[in-house]
Ligand binder design. Structure first.
Ligand code: AMP
Length: 543
């Protein structure tokens, strides 16, 4: 017997309607290429999104057609999130940091019909346009006044595209399983793979995100997502924020600029900021150098890579900002875990709390977790057993775009294999120890490169660190630590190795330390271990 409840389809246009009705006066503030500080309200955003939807319909697109964006975080990009998806098309966010060959690959693979781009990416698109013949036209996200000269086909400015359109639009009643957005993983090997989100998965994920033990968003918050709109839906913030009516602040092209971020955090009275560790490193360095303190920010959610203990302590001790670590991935929309305290943990000592805060967090309702051994046997949640981390739930991908049924998604009896290796402790806190491919096995035992890297970064003379396994005649592999020195510092090998004393297991101590000026990174800022391993393939460890 079915229940007798309304079969309301979960669509992103629902959020827009709710936001306009309940929070019309809430502000959205953006740094853009053509305006250092653009301000408008939710009501303006909703009105312009309807104009955009009318304009998109006139481009002759069919339902499900892909419309791409190549842009930083600002209000026009937000309008595209809702306008493209809401009108029944698929918003394909392209990461501008990908190599041109990868961008060509994904535009062609996605069969993007139109591309909306920030002015600064016009030269890039002009260079590759000959390789992407399927694109019918380009919209430059600016007004006519600031429109650059371009050879791009059918190029128009965003403002002229939507300016004359009616602001009345009936959002279509789509099937909630219809695709709404597409994002490609920036894998370190092979071609990028497309993750195709549905309206339903997006709404459920955004709902989960606002919960108190997750992102904990409310109408009283002012949110600064430094996590890019072009990568994993900016962790769902564009949807969660409009659900609750939080004020939004977008940094535009100034994402990695500590001074701009500090200015926005203070002047807009941001209560919650989200980003990857690299971004916060830039902010903390700026604040330390300028002798400034974060006066308004209450909490930050950091994910995308392991968060070093030193960063957690600096936020808490110097700025009185609470750090919540999160873990997830493109294939998971991305939220999987979030680190918030459990009942009874308020009485823990500072050191005990930090020992928990360095972990990736607890599972979120809606995303099941398990760790398994090489034979797919489930491992205990004892905080010791390491295994392949697998997930399942309504916002986890079931297959990659156009690779359906090829096994490309490592699906195993309904579970998605994340490619991460983790432990889970008896309280349910997950700790990522490595990517499966990056695991170092020494004498048959696993060594966590992430833990060694995070400890190394705590040394004041270390700016960035990477650990890889290097061939060893007796132990098969031993860890090699590769370090970028902090500005003006010149630590010795011995000094760095002495730092680990008492901080990690003795047998995890790297066999050698190498100093470099640069480390290879992926388009999303992760260290490219594959390349490092190639670079150091013939490295001879000291006897
Ligand atoms: P992406 O799909 O580009 O967002 O990358 C997802 C991957 O980033 C995960 O599979 C992890 O390997 C890594 N990652 C994300 N969050 C964390 C975290 N808190 N600690 C360690 N690794 C993380």
């Amino acid at each position: 017997m079915h229940g007798l409840m309304m079969d309301t389809q979960l669509l992103v246009s629902m959020i827009l309607r709710h936001a306009e009705r309940h929070h019309p006066h809430r502000e959205i503030v953006s740094v853009t290429a053509d305006n250092p500080l653009h301000r408008y309200t939710y009501a303006d955003c909703c009105r312009r999104t309807r104009q955009l939807a009318n304009a998109l319909d006139k481009l002759g697109l069919q339902e499900g057609d892909r419309v791409a964006t190549l842009a930083w975080n600002d209000y026009r990009h937000l309008e595209l999130y809702y306008g493209v998806g809401g009108a029944g098309y698929v918003c394909h966010t392209i990461n501008p940091r990908l190599f041109p060959e990868q961008i060509i690959f994904i535009i062609n693979h996605a069969e993007d019909k139109w591309i909306f781009t920030d002015p600064m990416f016009v030269p890039l698109l002009e260079k590759i346009a000959g390789h992407t013949p399927g694109v019918e036209g380009y919209v430059v996200m600016t007004n006519d006044e600031n429109m650059p000269e371009t050879t791009l086909k059918n190029a128009v400015s965003y403002e002229s595209l939507i300016g004359a359109e009616s602001d009345e639009y009936e959002w279509p009643e789509l099937d909630e399983r219809a695709a709404v957005a597409l994002c490609y993983t920036s894998g370190t090997t092979g071609d990028p793979k497309g993750v195709l989100y549905s309206h339903r998965s997006t709404i459920l994920h955004a709902y989960a995100g606002v919960a108190p033990d997750v992102i904990n968003l409310s109408n009283r918050d002012c949110v600064l997502p430094v996590v890019p709109l072009f990568h994993v839906n900016a962790w769902g913030v564009p949807y969660s924020a409009l659900m609750v009516g939080a004020k939004l602040v977008f940094p535009g092209p100034k994402m990695g600029d500590g001074e701009t971020l500090y200015g926005l955090l203070e002047s807009e009275e941001v209560t919650l900021a989200l980003g990857v560790p690299t971004v916060w490193l830039a902010l903390l360095q700026y604040a330390a150098k300028a002798g400034k303190r974060l006066n308004k920010l209450q909490r930050t959610i950091i994910g995308g890579a392991a968060v070093p203990e030193s960063m957690i302590r600096e936020f808490q001790d110097v700025h009185d900002v609470i750090v919540h670590q999160g873990w997830g991935m493109t294939e998971m929309s991305p939220l999987g875990t979030l680190n918030s305290p459990k009942a009874g943990m308020q009485s823990l000592t500072d050191d005990e709390s930090v020992a928990i805060a360095v972990k990736a967090g607890r599972g979120i309702f809606g995303c099941e977790l398990r760790i398994v051994d090489d034979d797919s046997n489930e491992l205990p949640w004892d905080g010791v057993a390491y295994g392949a981390l697998q997930v399942r739930g309504p916002w986890v991908c079931s297959d990659y775009f156009k690779l359906e049924g090829t096994g490309g998604s490592h699906m195993e009896d309904g579970w998605f294999d994340t490619g991460d290796v983790a432990t889970i402790d008896p309280s349910g806190y997950l700790a990522i120890t490595d990517r499966t491919k990056d695991v170092i096995k020494s004498g048959g035992e696993w060594i966590s490169s992430i833990e060694i890297e995070n400890t190394a970064i705590g040394h004041p003379a270390v700016a960035e660190a990477a650990v890889i396994g290097v061939a060893h005649p007796k132990w098969t592999e031993r860890p090699l630590l590769i370090v970028i020195r902090a500005e003006g510092q010149d630590p010795s090998k011995e000094e760095i190795l002495a730092w680990f004393d008492g901080k990690i297991a003795k047998w995890w101590l790297p066999d050698d330390v190498v100093f470099v000026d640069e480390l290879p990174h992926t388009a999303t800022g992760k260290i490219k271990k594959v390349e490092l391993r190639k670079q150091f393939a013939d490295y001879k460890l000291p006897a």
